[in-house]
Ligand binder design. Structure first.
Ligand code: NAD
Ligand code: DAU
Length: 334
C-alpha cells in the first residue's frame, strides 16, 4: 500500500509517518512537504530507507497530480497551523489550507484515490466554560480565526467533493495535540523551552481558557483506524477527555520542571481568543473501537518535557525565530 502523506515533516505528520512505518511493513510512505518554517527534515531522520521525501507545495497542481496518481491513499496534514500567525498574516493560510486542499481534492477525484482529511475542533468555534455540552459531529461550524476559518472552508470542500463527485473521503477533527517534535511556537513546547532557557513562561489573558489535550500518538492511531475502517463520507471527532485550563497546564509544567508553580507572566491576550474546546468522541469509540492509550496527561507531559530536554539540537534552530515572530506580533503574547 502506497500512502501519500502531506505535511509529513511537521509535528503531527512526522509522528504519523513514524507510527505507520514502525507498525506496518506492507505500507510505503511518500511525504509531500513544502518545508516551511514548520517543516523539518530532522523530524524524519532515520526513516530515509522507508520514506520518499518530496519537497513541494500542496497548491502546485502538477506535483500533486503526479504524486496522487501513484498513491493508494492520501492523508492530508499539510497546513498553516498556528492561530497567532494567522492573525499577523492570513494570506499563507488561504493559499495552503484552501487552495492546497482544493488542489488535492481535484487530484484524488481525477485518479479515484482514497483521501483522509485532517482537521481541527476549532472549526466549531468555542464553548462557554460552564457549558455542559461538548462538540459532536452535528455541531454547527462557527470558526473564529483566519486559521480556523480556512480549516472550516477546507472541510466543507471535502464534504462537497464527496457529495458532488463521489470522492472517497473521510474527515477527522481533533483537539489540541501535544508530544515530541511540536514546533516551539505552540503553547506547551514554548513554555518548556522557555523554562530550559531561564525565561518566564507566558500565559495569555487570564489563562482560564480550556483546551482538550490529546497525545499526538493517540490522534495518529485514530487517523489510521479511520483510514482503514472509517465509513466513506463520514466525519469523526478525535479527543481523549483531556480538558484543562492553560493556567493549570503552565503550573503543571513548571512543577514538573522543578520550578515554582507561580513563576510565570500574564501577557496580552490573543485577539478573538477561543474560550473552551471540548470533544465528544463517542462516534469514533463506538463505531470503530478506538480508545486513547495515554490516559494520564501528567505522564504524557513528563515524557514530552524529557523529549525536549534530550533533543535540544532539534528545537534550538527554531527558538529565536519563533520568539522574534512573537515580538513582531505587537499585541500578541509578549
Ligand atoms: P505543523 O505546522 O507542525 O506542520 C505543518 C506541515 O505542513 C509542515 O511540515 C509544513 O512544512 C507543511 N506545509 C505547510 N504549508 C505547506 C504547503 N503549502 N505545501 C506542503 N506542505 C506544507 O502542523 P501540525 O500541528 O502538525 O498540524 C498538522 C495538521 O493537523 C493540520 O492540518 C492542522 O490543522 C491539524 N490539527 C492540528 C492540531 C494540533 O494540535 N497541532 C490539532 C488538530 C488538527
Ligand atoms: O484545537 C486544535 C488546535 O490546537 C489546532 O487546530 C491548531 O493547529 C493548534 O495550534 C492548536 O491551537 P491553539 O490555538 O489552541 O494552540 P496554541 O498552542 O497556540 O495555544 C494553546 C492555548 O495556550 C491557547 O489558549 C493560547 C494559549 N497560549 C499560547 C501560547 C503560544 C498561551 O497562553 N501562551 C502562549 O505562549
Amino acid at each position: 500500500m502506497q500512502v501519500l502523506v502531506t505535511g509529513g515533516a511537521g509535528f503531527i505528520g512526522s509522528n504519523f509517518v513514524r507510527l505507520v512505518v514502525g507498525s506496518y511493513s506492507h505500507v510505503t510512505v511518500t511525504v509531500l512537504d513544502a518545508f516551511t518554517y514548520a517543516g523539518d527534515r530532522a523530524s524524519l531522520a532515520g526513516l530515509e530507507d522507508r520514506v520518499k521525501i518530496v519537497e513541494g507545495d500542496v497548491a502546485d497542481a502538477e506535483t500533486v497530480d503526479r504524486l496522487v496518481a501513484d498513491a493508494d491513499a492520501v492523508v492530508h496534514f499539510a497546513a498553516e497551523s498556528h492561530n497567532d500567525n494567522s492573525l499577523a498574516d492570513p494570506s499563507p493560510f488561504v493559499r495552503t489550507n484552501l487552495i492546497g486542499t482544493f488542489t488535492l481534492l481535484e487530484a484524488v477525484r481525477r485518479h479515484d484515490v482514497r483521501y483522509h482529511h485532517i482537521s481541527t475542533d476549532e472549526v466549531y468555534g468555542d464553548l462557554e466554560l460552564d457549558d455542559p455540552q461538548r462538540f459532536t459531529e452535528a455541531t454547527a461550524y462557527n470558526p473564529s480565526s483566519p486559521y480556523s476559518s480556512t480549516k472550516a472552508g477546507s472541510d466543507l470542500m471535502v464534504r462537497a467533493w464527496v457529495r458532488s463527485f463521489g470522492v472517497r473521503a473521510t474527515i477527522s477533527n481533533c483537539s489540541n495535540n501535544y508530544g515530541p517534535r511540536q514546533h516551539v511556537e505552540k503553547f506547551i513546547p514554548r513554555q518548556i523551552t522557555n523554562i530550559i532557557d531561564g525565561v518566564r513562561p507566558k500565559l495569555y489573558g487570564d489563562g482560564l481558557n480550556v483546551r482538550d489535550w490529546i497525545h499526538v500518538d493517540d490522534h495518529n492511531r485514530a487517523v489510521w483506524t479511520i483510514l482503514e475502517r472509517g465509513e466513506l463520507g463520514q466525519t469523526y471527532l478525535i479527543g481523549a477527555d483531556g480538558e484543562r485550563t492553560n493556567k493549570d497546564v503552565i503550573e503543571q509544567i513548571l512543577v514538573a520542571m522543578g520550578e515554582d508553580a507561580h513563576d510565570y507572566d500574564h501577557v496580552t491576550d490573543r485577539a478573538g481568543h477561543d474560550r473552551r474546546y471540548a470533544i465528544d468522541s463517542m462516534k469514533l469509540r463506538r463505531q470503530l473501537g478506538w480508545r486513547p492509550w495515554f490516559g494520564n496527561f501528567q505522564r504524557g507531559l513528563d515524557d514530552t518535557i524529557a523529549w525536549y530536554r534530550d533533543n535540544e539540537s532539534w528545537w534550538r534552530p527554531q527558538k529565536a525565530a519563533a520568539e522574534d515572530r512573537y515580538a513582531g506580533q505587537s499585541v500578541i503574547g509578549q
